[in-house]
Design a protein around this ligand. Structure first.
Ligand SMILES: NC(=O)c1ccc[n+]([C@@H]2O[C@H](COP(=O)([O-])OP(=O)(O)OC[C@H]3O[C@@H](n4cnc5c(N)ncnc54)[C@H](OP(=O)(O)O)[C@@H]3O)[C@@H](O)[C@H]2O)c1
Length: 262
């Protein structure tokens, strides 16, 4: 089994940096025509230039995805430029490494808005054309934070959990339409996400995996036509332990936080 990326029209949000930029370049090199979305025009232009070496009709849209009207305009513009998409990768997102005593309701709303409401809005805008054509793949980049309730980032965890659950429900609703939905759960990946200001630092004992290693896992999961992809895969075992004994899991997590703090 394998996913043939040749001539596939793929929209990747959050393509100016980190996972999205690396994925877009990898897919262009594999034969896809890519559409790139993010806010920063210069960074987008640099990624686009590298993609166009392989896929000259690739294009980009500089859009603030927190602006829902702009998301609607984007969906129409992508349809006009690309026709029905083959693959939508909802990857753009913001971190929020702040404990519950250091956040306020506005912050929670901002995170939920960008990490959940916006990708759902974009998906709903692009989905009808996929369904009408009877094929498509929607890849939603959640996080292990969605299923492991990572300490010190509750607002982020909840936004990714919302995206993941919506994603699973959508997979079922669309089961017989030819449009597939895959939810991705990255662990800790070495990207500029951890340099974004106003976020607590990562615990010192965590070593992020390289982006290329993450992409290997992601693309292998797509090749295998998986609906759920954990990278690294062992995180799924941690989720099973959590489900088996939540009290023990929460106590262990609190102990881990205490050791890192003291
Ligand atoms: N790195 C990890 O360990 C990790 C783990 C789990 C999940 N994830 C998820 O993976 C995805 C990619 O993250 P990354 O690690 O590659 O981080 P990154 O390098 O910071 O990339 C984030 C991307 O999202 C875009 N973005 C942020 N806010 C945006 C907005 N308002 N409008 C449009 N685009 C916006 C950024 O572009 P602009 O700034 O140019 O707009 C950038 O291209 C995120 O959803 C993240 O939550 C990452």
């Amino acid at each position: 089994m394998g996913f043939d990326w040749t001539d596939k029209r793929v929209l990747v949000t959050g393509a100016s940096s980190g996972i999205g930029a690396a994925l877009a370049e990898r897919l262009a090199a594999s034969g896809a025509v890519v559409g790139l979305v993010a806010r920063r025009e210069r960074e987008l232009a640099e990624v686009l230039e590298r993609c166009r070496v392989h896929a000259p009709s690739s294009t980009s849209w500089a859009v603030d995805l927190a602006d829902l009207d702009a998301v609607d305009v984007l969906a129409r513009s992508v349809g006009d430029a690309f026709g029905p998409l083959d693959v939508l990768v909802n990857n753009a997102g913001m971190p929020n490494r702040k404990g519950v005593l250091d956040i306020d309701a506005d912050m929670v709303e901002r995170v939920m808005h960008l990490n959940y409401v916006s990708p759902v809005r974009l998906t709903l805008g692009l989905l009808p054309a996929m369904v009408e054509r009877g094929s498509g793949l929607i890849v939603n980049v959640a996080s292990v934070a969605a299923t492991l309730s990572s300490p010190g980032e509750g607002a982020y965890d909840a936004s990714k959990a919302a995206l993941a659950v919506f994603s699973e429900a959508m997979a079922i609703d669309l089961w017989d339409t030819g449009v597939k939905v895959t939810t991705v759960y990255p662990g800790v990946v070495d990207t500029p996400l951890f340099a974004i200001p106003d976020n607590d630092p990562l615990p010192p004992d965590i070593t992020p995996i390289p982006v290329d290693e993450f992409l290997e896992g992601l693309l292998a999961g797509i090749d295998e036509d998986r609906r759920e992809i954990y990278v690294p895969a062992w995180f799924k075992d941690v989720v099973k332990h959590k489900v088996d004994d939540l009290d023990r899991f929460l106590a262990g997590s609190a102990d881990y936080v205490r050791k890192n703090r003291d």
